[in-house]
Design a protein around this ligand. Structure first.
Ligand code: PGA
Length: 268
C-alpha cells in the first residue's frame, strides 16, 4: 500500500520506549486484538533498535508499516550515534518521522536539517512524516501561523512540487505533546487548513495527508477525527499499551469521517 494513499492513519510514536523484547511482546498482543483493515493505515515508530524485530513480527499485516523516529541525511560516514536511511530500510522501515518537536527542541534540529532529512528520505524511497508545530510561548505570542508557515516553508523550498506526492505531514502543537492538553478539534482543523493553504500557494494542488498529534487518547480521538481536515493521528503515550492502542484505533475509526479529499473508512 502506498504510504501517501489517503486512508485514515493511526501512527504510534513510541519515542524512547519498548526495546526489542517489549516490542515483540507488544506485537504479539496487538495482533491478537486486531485484524487487518483495508480502510486503515497503522504505522509504528519504535526506537531504531526495535525496528527489525517489530517489522518481522508484524510482516503479515498489510495494513501495518514500521518506520524510524529519526534518520541522518547522509547514507554513511563519521556521524557518531546517527543512523542512516539505508540502514533503517534494511531493518524494515518504510517511513521515517522527520522534525518531531522533541528532535527540534531537545536536540536542536533546525528547519534546514528537517528539509535535508525530508529530501534524503524521498531520494531513498521511504515516506517522510514531517512534523510541525508551535511552542506554548509562540502560541501565546500570537505567532502560531508564522511558525507553521516558516517550518513548512523550509520543506517547500527544498522539494519540487511533485515530490510532495510522497510526503505526509503531522501538526503537533508542542504544548499539547505529553501534557494532557489538547488542541480543540476546531483549532486542529484550522491549522490543518492553514497548512493546506500554504501548500496550495506553493503549487501543491493535490491533497497531502495531514495527521494531528498531541495527547491524543481513547477519550478524544473520535471527536478529533470527526474533523474532515484530519487524515489521522500521531500518538505517543496512548500508543504504548497494545490494548489501549487497539482501543484508540477502534474508537477513532468508528468516527467514520470522510475527509475533504475523500477516503473510505471501513466499518469495523
Ligand atoms: P503524546 O505524543 O501523544 O504522548 O502527546 C505525541 C507525539 O509526540 O508524537
Amino acid at each position: 500500500m502506498k504510504n501517501t494513499e489517503r486512508k485514515l492513519t493511526f501512527a504510534a510514536n513510541w519515542k524512547m520506549n519498548h526495546g526489542v523484547a517489549e516490542a515483540r511482546a507488544f506485537a504479539e498482543k496487538f495482533l491478537a486484538l486486531t485484524s487487518s483493515s483495508d480502510g486503515l493505515k497503522l504505522w509504528f515508530f519504535p526506537p531504531a533498535v526495535s525496528i527489525a524485530a517489530l517489522a518481522a513480527a508484524l510482516k503479515n499485516r498489510p495494513d501495518i508499516t514500521v518506520g524510524a523516529q529519526n534518520v541522518h541525511w547522509e547514507p554513511r560516514g563519521a556521524y557518531t550515534g546517527a543512523i542512516s536511511i539505508p540502514m533503517v530500510i534494511e531493518a524494515g522501515a518504510r517511513l521515517t518521522l522527520v522534525g518531531h518537536s522533541e528532535r527540534r527542541h531537545l536536540f536542536g534540529e533546525t528547519d534546514e536539517q528537517v528539509a535535508r532529512k525530508t529530501r534524503a528520505a524521498l531520494a531513498a524511497g521511504i515516506t517522510p512524516l514531517v512534523c510541525v508545530g508551535e511552542t506554548l510561548s509562540e502560541r501565546d505570542g500570537g505567532r502560531t501561523e508564522q511558525v507553521i508557515v516558516r517550518q513548512i516553508g523550509a520543506v517547500l523550498q527544498a522539494l519540487e512540487v511533485e515530490a510532495w506526492r510522497e510526503v505526509v505531514l503531522a501538526y503537533e502543537p508542542v504544548w499539547a505533546i505529553g501534557t494532557g492538553k489538547n488542541a480543540t478539534p476546531d483549532d486542529a482543523a484550522q491549522i490543518h487548513e492553514l497548512i493546506r493553504m500554504e501548500l496550495g500557494r506553493s503549487g501543491v494542488s493535490f491533497p497531502v495527508p495531514i495527521l494531528y498529534g498531541g495527547s491524543v487518547n481513547a477519550g478524544n480521538v473520535a471527536s478529533l477525527l470527526t474533523q474532515p481536515q484530519l487524515d489521522g493521528v500521531l500518538v505517543g503515550g496512548a500508543s504504548l499499551d497494545p490494548a489501549g492502542w487497539a482501543d484508540v484505533i477502534a474508537r477513532g475509526s468508528q468516527a467514520k469521517v470522510r475527509p475533504s479529499g475523500g477516503f473510505d473508512v471501513v466499518e469495523s
